[in-house]
Write a protein of this length. Structure first.
Length: 287
């Protein structure tokens, strides 16, 4: 039976990174979570603590929440990643230059057999691997929000990803109790390419006054059995994140991914979705 790495690190402690750290810690791994400064690192650990409390309340945690949290250490620099880490997952913002720097810094710390993974939802695995001494050790592990509740991880195989690295990633996904889909490195992979296209069309419909956000989402939830409508999903992902992905896909695949003006306007106003308290919906608590 597959097992999670005994020691791993997650770089980036936002909602996504904290969720990734939480599920690995809950599965028994010792996790180092790296953020940009001590205050952000402390906030990330509290984010995990909150997630663990909620999981325990719902009966979804095998161990005591305090025991799981004790498996998580936080740090404010990539140099603190344990040299013995078997896996390092970067979950920093969707910026190629930033991700490249983080991955190169992690490669300089860990051993030669460690796997490096990127949580990117759209950027080229091959392009990110160009900044590594050993590009064959990089694989995409694209988790979904909210990570503890989501069943899917998209494993993205770059042009130089070693077969053993791909197989290790697939095994770790299974050890988390999640299901992988393995896809070839291409713009937007499978999930972002389809999900963003649907989300952008829903935003255009809202912009054109076709229906309310609630009606558009309800139509997809009840008519097509989507667990969450495309506008509520955009709020959860973050409007700024969706805009950045759309712009990237427009450059790579053409104007069918052109962001609607409504999306640009909301991002310019700071209406980023759940994390800001306002997006296509009003949220009771900004996260």
């Amino acid at each position: 039976m597959n097992a999670v790495p005994k020691i791993l690190a997650v770089v980036g402690g936002g909602r996504m990174g904290a969720g990734i750290a939480q599920v690995f810690a809950a599965a028994g791994a010792t996790v180092t979570l790296v953020e940009r400064d001590p205050a952000a690192a402390a906030a990330a650990r509290e984010r995990i603590a909150t997630g663990l409390r909620r999981a325990a309340e719902r009966g979804r945690l095998a161990d005591d929440a305090t025991v799981v949290l004790d498996r998580v250490e936080v740090a404010a620099e990539v140099a603190a990643v344990p040299p013995a880490a078997e896996l390092v997952i970067e979950a920093v913002p969707e910026d190629a230059a930033l991700k490249t720097r983080v991955l190169a810094a992690a490669e300089a710390v860990v051993g030669e057999h460690a796997v490096l993974a990127t949580n990117t939802s759209s950027l080229s695995i091959g392009g990110l691997a160009d900044g590594l001494r050993h590009p064959e050790r990089l694989v995409g592990m694209h988790f979904f929000n909210p990570v503890p509740a989501s069943d899917l991880v998209e494993v993205v195989v770059g042009p130089r990803t070693a077969d053993a690295v791909r197989d290790a990633a697939v095994g770790w996904v299974g050890a988390l109790g999640k299901t992988e889909v393995v896809v070839r490195d291409s713009p937007g992979f499978a999930t972002s390419r389809l999900g963003v296209l649907l989300g952008l069309e829903a935003i255009r419909m809202l912009q054109e006054g076709v229906a309310s956000a609630e009606a558009i989402d309800r139509a997809m939830e009840l008519g097509y059995r989507h667990p969450m409508g495309p506008l509520r999903s955009t709020d959860l992902v973050g409007l700024d994140v969706r805009l950045a992905i759309a712009e990237h896909l427009q450059r790579e695949l053409g104007d069918r991914f052109a962001p609607p003006q409504l999306l640009r306007d909301k991002v310019a106003r700071g209406e980023l979705g759940r994390k800001s308290g306002q997006g296509f919906y009003t949220w009771g608590e900004a996260r």
